[in-house]
Design a protein around this ligand. Structure first.
Ligand SMILES: [Zn+2]
Length: 310
């Protein structure tokens, strides 16, 4: 397990990185060969080990091919950056804490979040699950001022919007989520909520025959046709949970996924003016954090495994 003492010590920080990245031995990031030889240390940074691939002759180092190699930041600062992301600090808070230009912090945060988005473990939902949708305000690229102005309006800051009104075109972006009861969650941003838009998301992420609970929204009407069992709770009739099998346990509800929306709302709160371009990587980061169920340095350890091995 990672220790904060070790990541602030540059030498130990590189040792931690090597231990995670090369846990099965050093391999070439270009051709994947394990036939490599060490070729000294970096001229400017004596802690960064250099290697040469005997197969393809490419030279590389401990960070080549990871998001850490793209930025001119010391390894300890990089890991502390990722630690702060795990603590859900905003880009501008991190810029302040680490004495970075705001634009630098933004670039680094973006590449780290994207790395989580692209390399997070694939989840397959089964047994019993709940699906629901939610709307968040996120503007189009290059129009962040408009988004910020809107974001201050308490009426649009409500995460849950009027049914069926949200589309990516009008800045209220639909997000669909599925959670396995007592298990993992998968969430994704969509241009709209129509049956044909959400069908691939559902069939790809949920095993056939899973019992799915939703509310009565008609986009979920064809779940049985798509190979699932489906039960509906009728929010419009004031119903929030129903005991259908008579065991005294009100199993027909979508309270678990609604609980996730409330966590997501808190998670997104420190981040102002997220654009639609960047929202998917924020969602992926939240999803990953939710599913590993770890905080602090334990979460950093999990994040590092994804970022370094992705
Ligand atoms: Zn190679």
């Amino acid at each position: 397990m990672i220790k904060i003492d070790n990541i602030i010590d540059p030498k130990k920080c590189y040792e931690e990185i090597r231990e995670i990245r090369w846990k099965d031995g050093v391999f070439c990031p270009r051709c994947g060969s394990y036939e490599i030889k060490k070729s000294g240390f970096n001229f400017q940074n004596k802690l960064k080990q250099h290697y040469k691939c005997k197969e393809c002759q490419k030279k590389f180092d401990d960070l080549t091919g990871t998001p850490f190699s793209k930025h001119r930041l010391s390894a300890p600062k990089m890991l502390i950056f990722l630690y702060f992301l795990g603590l859900n600090l905003s880009n501008s808070q991190i810029a302040q804490e680490l004495n970075l230009a705001k634009s630098t912090a933004q670039d680094i945060a973006t590449s780290l979040r994207k790395s989580i988005l692209n390399n997070k473990p694939k989840v397959k939902i089964k047994n019993e699950a709940e699906i629901d949708e939610v709307y968040v305000v996120a503007g189009h690229k290059g129009n962040s001022e408009a988004v910020k102005a809107k974001d201050r309006d308490p009426r649009v800051r409500r995460l849950k919007g009027a049914r069926g009104r949200g589309t990516a075109e009008n800045d209220k972006v639909p997000i669909v989520g599925v959670i396995q009861r007592n298990g993992s969650v998968v969430i994704e941003m969509f241009p709209n909520v129509q049956q044909k838009t959400i069908k691939p998301f559902i069939t790809e992420n949920i095993e056939k025959n899973t019992l799915i609970f939703t509310d009565e929204y008609n986009i979920y009407n064809r779940l049985e046709e798509w190979g699932y069992e489906h039960k509906t709770v009728c929010h419009s009739k004031g119903e929030y949970a129903r005991d259908e099998d008579g065991d005294g346990f009100h199993e027909v509800h979508s309270n678990t996924i609604e609980g996730v929306w409330s966590l997501l709302r808190s998670w997104l709160r420190p981040h102002r003016g997220i654009s639609q371009e960047h929202l998917p990587s924020y969602l992926a980061f939240f999803e990953f954090t939710h599913n590993v169920r770890k905080r602090g340095k334990k979460l950093l350890d999990s994040l590092l495994h994804v970022v370094l091995n992705g």
